[in-house]
Design a protein around this ligand. Structure first.
Ligand code: GCV
Length: 699
């Protein structure tokens, strides 16, 4: 199917080139986004000519061509180079370039590494393993797509971390928690008999950016996934993904021994419970020999866990680790907080886990969200990354944009994830260093929508996740450019507008939603739109007012020693940078400090005036995104262009809504006038409070 699509795309693109010769509209053919960054549109100009002249011939080193990675790499190069234009050979046989695949059979850590080595008339892709060969093929195609001459590609790469994993929050009935791209892509109803082609196209897309692990179900887990009924379904997927180097994981419900095992307890120290999990693991491995393991959300937001039996997180995780043995990994989430705990929610995960350092089995990895709260538009990095040196750790980020306007708003997350990965923990390295023996997990933004992610630009977040997990030192600009070239156009004029648009988009969202370190002001349940006024929910930390703490005198959460002292969870050198409200990075000001409305900020404006100016800056940035996109019509096919134009119009409307509703609310608290010249909110506060969104997706 994808092969036919490529052919159709090639014909369409060729027609497009012919048409453009007359009308200069290089992007006239419609596309629906299904092909992602793997469109491999024909190269034009000198690079296209050079590729046609070389018309590379692909071969495998004798005796090594039968492995799954070698076969896929061969097929991928054949079809994608042809799609890029290399199939239309100008060269005679004698002058054709050669691409040689040399793929070994290593199962060690080096199996994913690869080198691309230039040779006299061509190049060689060398890897000790099968997956590495496939990664090498995709890397070569990526380079060529950027216009790099085939003969000058030379790479030597290995992944920065062992697990580069997508977490799907998908339920058996097809619902996706916090998913904004339609229903689940997993058709549990028709599996195992029917394997949708999408499952292969999905694996191919993941492999192209180095993703090597997938958790197929929601961390709010249904025990169904551990039943015999699901084994053949899981096996079918695992078999389909194995050649692409992807291992399948399952979110495990901790109470499964009770829910489906006929036991009256799930106590991790109970021998019957331990035997039950061991037997379950054995059954899974009998069907899926390379099963990755379990992801567990325990004692968090109502999920069952070891604390239900007076045991610790380490007791729970180690019991599952023993059931898997050397065959797999337990990924235990650090996202916990409790209604009964009076302390700052942002402190609770550290308080619970830090004392357990060194107590987890070697095949347990602690999965920690990028910030201490919950995927906000901006948070400081989680203090656990600078702690627990005796524990393997993994960074969890969220591609779905639960708190950044869903798939409706353009917000490119590469800059946000880079901010986290490159944050100095004060413990001898940055966050990326601290997860080097664990990995990176991305809550997947993928659904049944034809374009996979709900909007074309949200594909860039899937792409950036894979690229950063492979190499956290990559720059956001480089990643955005790579993606934009492959997804849209290599035209320098187009790139000079779209790449900055992408890079600026996340800060725009921060500014119009939660400027200066504010957080969690989103509407209750659906997390869409402003609701800073909500203060009457049962659990304190469900209320936006818990986070902003605004009153007549000021605003912000005091996390210094005079308040919750969450600052003390960071290394002293790091805490020092945030302790002085006058000298610190003001992007985090109200995260760490409660300050007066007339506090003098670094711009010389009062805090109140500075806040208003940041809201205005955010709205202006959203308007600029819309205008810039509208100036790019000549470079983008009509279908994708129109879809994004419509979304950007929504974003502008909603940026204004965020600004106006927030300002109306703050004024109701502080009683202050707007700065001179500032536009008053379009409606009164009662209007914004009365808005409701029963159809908001993903809840
Ligand atoms: C899967 C947030 C989300 C929940 C999610 C939870 C988590 O609270 O709103 O939908 O549950 O994070 O990460 O476990």
């Amino acid at each position: 199917m994808m092969r036919e699509r490529c052919l159709v795309n090639r014909i369409a693109a060729t027609c497009c080139l012919l048409v453009s010769a007359f009308w200069l509209t290089p992007a006239a053919s419609a596309e629906d986004g299904y092909d992602l960054w793997l469109r491999h549109a024909p190269l034009t100009g000198e690079s296209g000519q050079a590729l046609r002249d070389l018309a590379p011939v692909i071969t495998s080193v004798s005796g090594q061509s039968n492995g799954p990675g070698a076969k896929l790499a061969y097929a991928e190069l054949q079809r994608s180079l042809a799609s890029l234009g290399a199939g239309e050979a100008n060269a005679g046989e004698a002058t054709r370039a050669s691409i040689v695949l040399q793929c070994g059979h290593s199962n060690g850590a080096d199996r994913e590494a690869f080198r691309i080595v230039p040779e006299q008339r061509g190049l060689r892709i060398v890897s000790p393993g099968q997956a590495g060969c496939l990664y090498g093929a995709f890397a070569l195609l990526r380079e060529i797509s950027q216009g790099k001459p085939l003969m000058s590609v030379a790479l030597d790469e290995h992944p920065a971390m062992p697990l580069r994993m997508l977490n799907h929050w998908d339920d058996p009935d097809g619902h996706v928690e916090r998913g904004y791209a339609g229903r689940s892509i997993f058709d549990w109803w028709h599996l195992p008999e029917l394997l949708d082609q999408r499952m292969i196209d999905y694996a191919r897309a993941n492999a192209s950016i180095g993703i090597n692990a997938v958790v197929v179900n929601n961390v709010n887990a249904s025990p169904l996934f551990l039943t015999d009924r699901y084994l053949p379904k899981l096996k079918r997927l695992a078999d389909a993904w194995r050649p692409y180097g992807i291992r399948l994981f399952v979110s495990a419900r901790f109470s499964a021994p009770r829910d489906i095992g006929g036991l009256d307890t799930a106590d991790p120290l109970d021998p019957h419970v331990r035997n039950w999990w061991k037997a379950r693991a054995d059954s899974i491995y009998a069907e899926i020999p390379d099963f990755g393991g379990f992801l567990v959300k325990a004692n968090s937001e109502g999920q069952p866990g070891p604390q239900d039996y007076g045991r610790t997180h380490a007791d729970g995780a180690n019991m599952l680790a023993a059931a898997l043995g050397g065959r797999g990994t337990v990924i235990w989430r650090a996202f916990v907080y409790s209604a009964e705990d009076e302390t700052d929610r942002a402190k609770q995960a550290y308080a619970e886990f830090e004392p357990l350092d060194g107590k987890f089995a070697p095949n347990v990895i602690l999965q920690i969200k990028n910030g201490p709260l919950d995927f906000q538009p901006r948070e400081p990095f989680h203090p656990l990354f600078g702690a627990m040196p005796g524990t393997r750790k993994m960074l969890e980020v969220q591609a779905t944009k639960e708190y950044l306007g869903f798939a409706s708003h353009l917000a490119i997350l590469g800059p946000m994830w880079t901010e986290a990965l490159q944050a100095d923990t004060g413990a001898g390295g940055n966050v990326a260093d601290s997860v080097a023996s664990g990995g990176m997990a991305g809550v997947a933004n993928i659904g049944s929508d034809r374009n996979w992610t709900g909007s074309i630009f949200d594909q860039a977040n899937w792409y950036a996740f894979g690229r950063l997990a492979w190499d956290p030192a990559l720059g956001s600009e480089e990643i955005a450019r790579e993606w934009a070239v492959q997804t849209f156009s290599v035209d320098p004029q187009f790139l000079s507008i779209v790449v900055p648009m992408m890079l600026e988009s996340r800060q725009a969202v921060v500014d119009y939603m939660t400027p200066m370190g504010l957080a969690h002001l989103m509407g209750t349940d659906h997390h869409y739109g402003p609701a800073p006024w909500v203060c009457d929910l049962e659990r304190p930390e469900w209320n936006p007012c818990y986070y902003h703490r605004a009153d007549k005198s000021g605003i912000g959460f005091d996390r210094t020693a005079t308040g919750s002292n969450a600052l003390s969870q960071y290394a002293p050198a790091i805490a020092k940078a945030w302790i002085d409200p006058h000298a610190m990075d003001e992007d985090y000001l109200l995260w760490f400090h409660h300050v007066a409305w007339d506090f003098e900020t670094q711009s010389g404006r009062t805090l109140w005036h500075e806040l208003v100016s940041r809201y205005d800056r955010g709205v202006a940035a959203a308007e600029k995104l819309r205008e810039e996109w509208n100036s790019l019509e000549q470079f983008v096919d009509p279908e994708r262009f129109a879809a994004e134009r419509a979304l950007l119009a929504i974003q502008v409307k909603e940026a204004i809504w965020w600004r106006d509703a927030s300002i109306a609310y703050w004024q109701s608290i502080n009683g202050l006038d707007l700065p001179a010249g500032a536009r008053p909110p379009a409606h009164d506060l009662a209007y914004y409070k009365a808005l409701s969104f029963p159809e908001a997706p993903g809840q």
